[in-house]
Design a protein around this ligand. Structure first.
Ligand code: ZN
Length: 144
């Protein structure tokens, strides 16, 4: 836990974060690795037997229950349409600053409305409180 905590702030600045997660696909891959370090499990029934990739890797289909789900399913990102990259930068901003960040600041930093920023912070803080800031959404420096 302690060593993980250290790694979290491995990003020195926003450019670092963006370099590590240059595209939505990279963000998805990272989230995938974090959620399912061993093998992908169905977000609906929990089955790990057979999960197919559908729609160019952005979604999965479970052979057991037939449900299609995305990597966001069951996470704080589930109901959001924002690119994961903005979430990652937002999470980094929130956890890397000693005094956190206000919704006002965040809205300017990642170019979303203040309302969106407020909702994001609300969810991010919830996760931070539950699992510790370390886990969201990067536990390590991308493993690279
Ligand atoms: Zn299933």
């Amino acid at each position: 836990m302690v060593s993980e905590r250290k790694k979290t702030c491995g990003y020195k600045n926003r450019t670092d974060v963006l370099r590590a997660f240059p595209s939505e696909q990279r963000c998805i891959e990272h989230l995938e690795k974090m959620r399912w370090p061993a093998s992908i499990s169905c977000a609906c029934c929990g089955s790990v037997r057979k999960i197919y990739h559908v729609s160019s890797g952005a979604a999965y289909k479970c052979a057991d229950c037939g449900k299609v789900f995305s990597v966001r399913k069951g996470t704080i990102f589930e109901k959001s349409r924002l690119p994961l990259q903005k979430w990652f930068v937002g999470a980094w901003l929130l956890t890397s600053r000693k005094n956190g960040i206000s919704s006002h600041q965040l809205s300017r930093e990642i170019d979303v409305t203040q309302k969106t920023a407020w909702l994001m912070l609300d969810r991010l803080r919830e996760v931070a409180a539950a699992v510790g800031a370390v886990k969201m959404p990067f536990s390590a420096k991308g493993g690279r």
